[in-house]
Design a protein around this ligand. Sequence first.
Ligand SMILES: Nc1ncnc2c1ncn2[C@@H]1O[C@H](COP(=O)(O)OP(=O)(O)OP(=O)(O)O)[C@@H](O)[C@H]1O
Ligand SMILES: O=P(O)(O)OC[C@H]1O[C@H](OP(=O)(O)OP(=O)(O)O)[C@H](O)[C@@H]1O
Ligand SMILES: [Mg+2]
Length: 285
Amino acid sequence: MEKLKIAIQKSGRLHDESLKILKDCGISINNGKDQLKVNASNFPLEIFYLRNGDIPQYLRDGIADLAIIGENLLHEKGEDLSIQKRLGFSKCKVSLAIPKHSDYKGVKDLDGKQIATSYPNTLQKYLDKHNVKANIHIINGSVEIAPNIGLADAICDIVSSGSTLFKNNLKESDVILRSEAVIASSPSLNPEKQNLLDKLLFRIDAVLRAENTKYVLLNAPNNRLDEIIKILPGMKSPTVMPLAETSWSSVHTVIQQEKFWDIIDELKSAGAESILVSPIEKMII
Ligand SMILES: Nc1ncnc2c1ncn2[C@@H]1O[C@H](COP(=O)(O)OP(=O)(O)OP(=O)(O)O)[C@@H](O)[C@H]1O
Ligand SMILES: O=P(O)(O)OC[C@H]1O[C@H](OP(=O)(O)OP(=O)(O)O)[C@H](O)[C@@H]1O
Ligand SMILES: [Mg+2]
């Protein structure tokens, strides 16, 4: 029987969340110590633990069928590979940054300058687009130190909270791209593997949808039920059941987490009471 082979980062920023999403999809992975290749016990999936930067080539060669990597790595090394699903974690930017006090008017100011980066292709494409010719120094880590030790005039690296830039007296000047973790796939999957991928993506959809939603139960006086139902932006129509106490009903629905606090005051002033909110584990629509 065919197995899907998925590459995930061996250690680093994406490792834990990548395993978590597979676990949330009900896939059991029993890692032995230092094992770099593991079979899931209850889904035809084989997991390869690899260095992040090597993964696009494994996909291209068909060694791995799928991978969980940052979109930024696809821009850098895998423009020919396709994204199957955005996963919503490890959100970051790839940006240009310059010393805090520099008088920077735009990317043209970098003409003839030295720029340090671990993302040379992404940077080169951005410079080409703006007709800027700069010297690119490739370094593999601690990029933000470069301007402070005289190695470069600017850097191009990942920015998330901005605290690494701040600590190194740098400021973001240009956002080149925005990224999040994605499922990327090999260019050629046979129909059996495509079928397994569809099953996995179906589970991932259910997990991601549930992450953003809450199950809400509340008590409503019957004479204000219509008003309360209008306030609730549910999946479909809410479930309404009579309470033991006459003239009151229990209302159940699902709402988007971010909308919850906006509607809570409206619900209360419409007479809703005993509002309970609980997480949803999976949501299949
Ligand atoms: N500060 C950050 N905040 C959010 N996401 C980040 C951050 N830094 C990196 N990422 C994302 O996580 C991915 C992996 O980064 P990480 O630093 O763990 O590995 P790496 O150094 O690129 O690779 P390797 O596995 O070869 O060591 C990046 O490609 C990016 O998508
Ligand atoms: O904006 P921030 O929240 O400060 O995050 C940005 C930093 O995070 C990443 O480094 P990481 O910690 O992964 O170290 P690395 O350079 O060794 O990969 C990235 O290379 C930046 O240096
Ligand atoms: Mg890093």
